[in-house]
Design a protein around this ligand. Structure first.
Ligand SMILES: [Zn+2]
Length: 418
């Protein structure tokens, strides 16, 4: 096949052709046609999809690729019974137009952005990637710069949308060698490139073999989403045309919902959200202080129930209510200040339980080891350890182990506290 119909007219959606060759690769069927409007993957743009009609039957075209000789191959989902798809038969091709039109908008938008980046910052665009959701370009900036400020990105976006609003003509053609040298091309064709050029208005020209819109206005709108550094270049993520419009719809819906939740005008949502978060943080701080105070108020009662172990040491073991989980460390530390006291505390929190074991610094029982021996995940220092378990039941094991270490059975001796 010599003729790629989109070179002549990128808006051709339906065409007639003759099957020239059929090949099978890895169980898949690929067809070469006498002419085709299907764009083969290249330049960051995915291969076209669509349908091939043969008589009353239609077969999905799921990909289009070109080989090293520049021949275009269409991957066709042809069941075994589709034996009539043989060289010589006439078929009709129809593009998945919504998809191709979207690719044309992203691709043309890339040309517009490339010119804006070049004219505002001297940046040179190397590559385009049209993704299913977002598109991106890589830009070499003067002096090896790899980022632009938010203001600079907005400047590029504004200029790009002005170019769209001007609705300049976009022309694609194959000039001869003599004319090429006279054209004001920003990007000259490479040695192996087809000498096809795309000219935008009277200010932009580059060599390109892709599919383009007929006027800049058909790109609709361009939105730069974000930038990032990528291998010494600036990578810009953007959306064009209907994709950008859909994105605006989704963003507005989300903003509208947030505005309603926060009872704030749309443009005041960030300020209202920040104020709400600040209030939540302040209340959380107050609540934690209150819970700590409540927990510490339990200290005398816990000391009264302390169990005396051998050698003048005491054990305070308690499972606290869930509300006091945040104050666990504070209460354990306060208990550990009392002479000879070892605190084994726990509190349920959600679908797990928190544990804090503490005693005064210095020689004595290794509480991190005790915690692990009781089946609690965690650790720490010999005098202070923290951990978690599925529930509070390991506390009983820890009490038993503490008694065994002291050479007694749990509950053998009780005292009235320290
Ligand atoms: Zn192009």
């Amino acid at each position: 096949m010599k003729e790629r119909l989109y070179f002549r007219d990128a808006w051709i959606r339906v065409f007639d052709a003759r099957v020239e060759a059929v090949k099978k690769e890895g169980g898949e069927t690929w067809l070469r046609l006498s002419q085709s409007a299907f764009y083969p993957e290249g330049g960051g743009q995915p291969g076209d999809r669509g349908l091939l009609y043969l008589g009353e039957n239609s077969y999905p075209v799921t990909d289009t690729q070109s080989d090293e000789d520049g021949q275009v191959w269409h991957r066709v989902q042809a069941p075994e019974g589709a034996a009539r798809l043989v060289p010589g038969v006439q078929v009709r091709g129809e593009l998945d137009w919504a998809r191709r039109h979207d690719h044309m908008q992203q691709h043309t938008g890339e040309h517009i952005l490339a010119w804006c980046v070049w004219s505002l910052h001297g940046g040179y665009v190397h590559g385009l990637h049209i993704g299913q959701v977002e598109s991106s370009i890589d830009v070499s900036l003067p002096g090896g710069q790899t980022r632009l400020s938010g203001e600079q990105l907005e400047g590029i976006e504004t200029l790009a949308n002005r170019v769209i609003a001007r609705d300049d003509t976009i022309v694609c053609r194959f000039p001869d060698a003599g004319e090429i040298s006279k054209l004001p091309l920003r990007k000259m064709p490479g040695e192996h490139d087809q000498t096809r050029v795309v000219l935008m208005g009277d200010y932009e020209g580059v060599a390109c073999g892709g599919t383009h819109l007929g006027r800049t206005g058909q790109a609709g709108v361009i939105k730069i989403l974000r930038d990032q550094s990528a291998r010494g270049k600036l990578r810009l993520f953007f959306l064009c045309g209907l994709r950008a419009a859909r994105h605006y719809q989704a963003c507005w819906r989300a903003l509208d919902e947030a505005s309603s939740i926060l009872s704030a005008p749309h443009l005041q949502v960030p300020r209202a959200a920040a104020a709400a978060l600040e209030r939540i943080n302040s209340l959380s701080y107050d609540l934690a202080a209150f819970r700590k105070g409540t927990a510490l108020a339990r200290l005398p009662g816990l000391l009264e129930r302390a169990e005396e172990l051998s050698g003048g040491t005491f054990l305070v073991a308690e499972s606290l209510p869930e509300a006091e989980a945040q104050a666990l460390d504070a209460l354990a530390s306060a208990l550990a200040q009392e002479p000879g006291v070892t605190a084994l505390l726990c509190a349920p929190q959600g679908d797990k339980a928190l544990f804090t074991f503490a005693r005064a610094e210095g020689p004595g029982r290794d509480l991190a080891a005790l915690m692990r021996a009781a089946g609690i995940r965690g650790g720490g220092k010999p005098a202070f350890a923290r951990g978690t378990a599925g529930d509070t039941s390991p506390l009983e094991t820890a009490i038993k182990l503490a008694h065994e270490a002291a050479g007694e059975a749990p509950g053998e001796r009780h005292t009235g506290g320290t």
